[in-house]
Design a protein around this ligand. Structure first.
Ligand code: NAD
Length: 510
């Protein structure tokens, strides 16, 4: 809205490291503790998805700027990695408070650039904030192991140590939460961090960087660059960068995993999804239908954990008309990120029509008063879908629910396990045995039982699997600490003077 835009613009020079440039604010780089204007001649426009107005510009950072950012990380690493863990923890205690104090401001930036509703944008910040709060447990999370008296006077102990400069490459759909999955965990472990936010939604990440500086993070511990392929290749290739965290599409994620790994880096890559909601006939109908609709259409379906596919089993097949009726006029569904995304979603709906499915609720012609140029697609439900159809095989990433039918739970499990993605799934049932069977037999990383979007809280880890993940250790939780640390094992022997070896020992000790 105009209010949001004017508020944001007013605060820009003070808070976000932006300044006015050819009538729209330009996004700065954050290098060595300073918000600097890029010297790049190559800039991308940032649009408000609700209107398609250009609301800002973001640079494709030059090689020189990217090198300066990594050098800054490398320099800062020397002192940051030796800073006491308690001092690092204190910075993140202050950071979580500053995020809370600025949650409305962060949410406005998300709504402006990404399009999700303000309430949903606050949720985006809140879920990232929970990860920051969890990083404050670093003093327990980073504990090593010890075993005394392995032989006489000999003890072994391990340290978890940082690995160096780490980098994060983020997607557009969670401008706060996903960057906050990355640098706080990496930095609290003693690493320094190079962040490349999505070029479509850089504003929120810049404010997050400013707040971290205000919390006391020393210059160079976090650097932020912008760009697309060149910036990504730079991160994959620069020898000082030891680990890459990526979240986004399969096309980018598989490429980054391969290129980064080939260069000897650790890579964790969270990618696309097709999440199934399996509805048993014994489920609580009212609850289930409401949950399905919320999880399919919330955030306009632009969530990697959106429940984009329903499988109705047995008599639950009769619930389809009621599912369609759940759509309420005036539902709080924001626009898609771009006109191209809208075009793609509409054409995927059309493939359903052409391949024999039935569009039971059609959001393609939706018009939002006052926002006629926005990238809106209304909630859409496609019935009669089979697994060979394009609208089933592709990740749609829009407010579209495709509905399949199955005779039995076994048939549903077969469908889910034949799909290449393994991000999330949910079963709706009042039968514990069915829930247990489903949870144990589906090959999917995150399973909800009567929970439509089972994203684990940060004391656990985000455990997508199969086609939705590449790497060995997942994001946040214990797995996140493991990703951002390496182990050193020390075996020491302190003998009393009279126990000195009398001669050299050349055989393996047993
Ligand atoms: P995207 O892959 O287009 O962009 C992600 C990042 O990669 C951006 O920073 C972008 O600059 C860069 N990039 C884009 N294309 C690239 C290419 N060809 N080569 C190298 N780098 C490239 O993803 P997006 O559209 O921003 O995000 C949506 C996707 O992210 C969906 O597929 C969604 O399922 C997925 N996602 C997954 C998770 C998860 O945890 N599994 C979470 C959120 C989003």
């Amino acid at each position: 809205s105009t209010l949001v835009r004017s508020l944001v613009k007013k605060r820009v020079p003070l808070q976000m490291g932006r300044m006015c440039y050819s009538s729209v604010p330009s996004t700065k780089l954050f290098i060595d503790g300073k918000f600097v204007e890029s010297k790049s001649s190559d800039w991308l426009d940032i649009h408000n998805p609700a209107t398609n107005e250009v609301i800002g510009r973001v640079p494709k950072a030059t090689q020189e700027e990217m090198l300066a950012a990594v050098d800054s990380c490398s320099q800062a690493y020397k002192t940051w990695s030796e800073t006491s863990v308690l001092a690092r923890q204190q910075i993140f205690f202050r950071y979580q408070q500053l995020i809370k104090d600025n949650i409305k401001e962060l949410a406005k930036l998300i709504t402006l650039e990404q399009g999700k509703t303000l309430a949903d944008a606050e949720g985006d910040v809140f879920r990232g904030l929970q990860v920051v709060e969890h990083t404050c447990s670093v003093t327990s999370l980073m504990l090593g192991e010890t075993l005394p008296s392995l032989t006489k006077d000999m003890d072994t102990y391990t340290y978890r140590l940082p690995i160096g400069v780490c980098a994060g490459i983020a997607p557009f759909n969670f401008p706060a939460m996903i960057p906050l999955w990355m640098f706080p965990m990496g930095m609290v472990c003693g690493n320094t961090y190079l962040l490349k936010p999505s070029e479509r939604v850089p504003g929120c990440a810049m404010l997050l960087a400013k707040l971290l500086q205000d919390a006391g993070a020393p210059d160079g511990t976090l650097n932020v660059i912008h760009g697309q392929h060149d910036a990504v290749n730079f991160i994959c290739d620069h020898p000082a960068i030891k680990a890459i965290s990526f979240v986004g599409s399969n096309q980018a994620g598989e490429y980054i995993y391969e290129r980064g790994s080939k260069n000897g880096k650790r890579v964790q890559s969270n990618m696309g999804a097709k999440n199934h909601g399996v509805v048993m006939p014994d489920a609580n109908k009212e609850n289930t239908l409401n949950q399905l609709v919320g999880a399919a259409f919330g955030a306009a379906g632009q969530r990697c954990m959106a429940l984009s596919t329903a499988i109705l089993i047995g008599e639950a097949r009769d619930w389809l008309p009621e599912l369609v009726e759940r759509d309420q006029p005036g539902a709080d569904v924001g626009p898609l990120i771009s006109p191209q995304a809208k075009e793609r979603v509409n054409s995927l709906i059309q493939t359903g029509v052409e391949e024999g499915a039935k569009v039971l609720l059609d959001g393609r012609d939706v018009k939002v008063k006052g926002y006629e140029n926005g990238n809106f697609v209304g909630p859409t439900i496609i019935g009669n879908v089979t697994t060979d159809m394009t609208c089933y095989k592709e990740e749609i990433f829009g407010p579209v629910l495709v509905v399949l039918e199955a005779e039995s739970l076994d048939d549903a499990i077969e469908i889910v396990n034949s799909n290449p993605y393994g991000n999330g799934t949910a079963i709706f049932t009042t039968n514990g045995a069915a829930a247990r069977k489903y949870s144990h037999e589906v090959d999917v990383g995150q399973i909800g039982v009567n929970v439509p979007i089972p994203v684990p809280l940060p004391m656990f880890s985000f455990t997508g699997s199969r086609g939705s993940f590449r790497g060995d250790t997942n994001f946040y939780g214990k797995q996140g600490i493991q990703f951002y640390t390496q182990i050193k094992t020390i075996t020491s022997q302190w003998k009393a003077e009279d126990a000195t070896l009398k001669s050299p020992a050349v055989t393996m000790p047993t």
